[in-house]
Write a protein that binds this ligand. Structure first.
Ligand SMILES: Nc1nc2c(ncn2[C@@H]2O[C@H](COP(=O)(O)OP(=O)(O)OP(=O)(O)O)[C@@H](O)[C@H]2O)c(=O)[nH]1
Ligand SMILES: [Mg+2]
Length: 369
């Protein structure tokens, strides 16, 4: 299904698995790993374990955070509890993430998938700076999808289901990446109830109403209930932005469907995420260029003062009319994308002469604020 010849080889797809503690992230990673190995021809993925506190992972990771940081040592050394320890270990690891990406990119020609297993405590990855840095770094280097793993048997209560969906929603809007809801453990609990609730909010509201504690002693819907009723309407919009698959990491059920969703998400990445990423990049380049132009202006102003003080020295500056043409691309303010390797370095001769030519115009250079 993948192109394997190196000339047509496309970039690998990164799958970031995220989910509540015990949802089955690591088992899921192992399952998709063995699925990819069983393909014909086999397509072994490149796996990163980002959980520093795990004692045993069911797969062979290509890069393991535990090789870089010793979580127990970090806890001791920084006097931290378990979660602070995991967070600090992740932060330390993130400072080296450029090397990680370098290694991944070196293997990009051989692998079709890069899989990331994240720490058990979901918020350590989703609400930390390092989680965001890692996600952004991966997503700007290759097509990336988020696989949000859900413990299906534990989500059958409408209230739990809604909390889980709200969490997923917050991650979707934070990362803006293509998102797949993976209802795991379908061998224990089929996920059709979840699909029904997502497709039809009235079904969800009915389930909510039939739930025992949905009315108070006077027979009125409880506060919690009306809140969830209204939220189900809001979430309706959110559901439209994602794909949902049911899998069993235990039996391997639904894994093929998962990869079909990954393929569709990859297209979504290229259609929606990538142009946005490039726009943001161009914006950053422009900000950088504006800052450079600003310091250049200030430099010119300083030079002008110097010349006023030392007219004899100013006579030594020469102006080469040929260079005026080059100047044009310099003056353009409506071009945002700049190849910095072609831009004159600050203090280059051409810019000095420009100031001299405009001497009599009495330019007021902006001063730093
Ligand atoms: N029945 C069943 N059990 C599963 C499935 N997937 C995972 N489990 C079990 O769920 C438990 C947690 O699985 P893990 O893979 O460790 O979950 P995790 O999300 O990586 O856990 P942390 O990293 O500790 O948060 C284990 O006991 C698994 O055997 C599944 O598809 N079906
Ligand atoms: Mg795990």
């Amino acid at each position: 299904m993948e192109a394997s010849s190196s000339s047509t080889k496309r970039k690998p797809t990164a799958i970031i698995t995220i989910g509540m503690a015990g949802a089955g992230k690591s088992t899921f990673v192992q399952r998709i790993n063995s699925y990819l190995h069983s393909l014909d021809p086999p397509s072994p993925p490149y796996i990163l374990n980002l959980d520093p506190a795990v004692t045993h992972v069911p797969f062979e990771a290509n890069i393991d955070i535990r090789d870089t940081v010793n979580y127990a040592e970090v806890m001791k050394q920084y006097n931290l509890g378990p979660n602070g320890g995991i967070l600090t270990a992740l932060n330390l690891f993130t400072t080296k993430f450029d090397q990680v990406l370098g290694l991944v990119e070196k293997r990009a020609a051989e692998v079709d998938y890069v899989i990331l297993d994240t720490p058990g405590q979901i918020e350590i990855f989703t609400w930390s700076a390092s989680g965001a840095i890692i996600t952004d770094a991966v997503a700007s280097s290759m097509p990336t999808v988020v696989a949000y793993i859900i413990d299906t048997p534990r989500t059958t209560a409408p209230a739990t289901f809604m909390s889980n969906m709200l969490y997923a929603c917050s991650i979707l809007y934070k990362t803006k990446l293509p998102f797949i809801l993976v209802f795991n453990k379908t061998d224990v609990q089929p996920h059709d109830f979840a699909l029904e609730w997502m497709q039809d909010f009235e079904e969800f509201q009915a389930a909510l109403a039939s739930h025992s504690s949905s009315r108070d002693s006077e027979g009125e819907p409880t506060y919690m209930n009306s809140l969830m009723n209204s939220m189900s309407l809001v979430l309706d919009e959110f559901y439209k932005n994602l794909k949902a698959v049911g899998v069993s990491s235990m039996t391997g059920d639904g894994i093929k469907e998962f990869f079909e969703a990954v393929e569709a998400s990859r297209e979504e990445y290229e259609k929606d995420y990538l142009p946005e990423l490039e726009r943001a990049r161009a914006q950053r380049e422009k900000t950088l260029q504006d800052a450079k132009d600003d310091s250049m202006d200030r430099l010119m102003k300083d030079l002008e003062i110097d010349r006023a003080k030392n007219p004899q020295g100013a006579l030594n500056d020469r102006w080469d009319p040929d260079e005026e043409n080059d100047e044009d691309d310099d003056d353009d303010t409506d071009i945002n994308i700049v190849d910095r390797s072609e831009h004159p370095w600050p203090g280059q001769y051409i810019d000095v002469t420009r100031a001299r030519r405009h001497e009599d115009e009495g330019i007021n250079w902006p001063r730093p604020g």
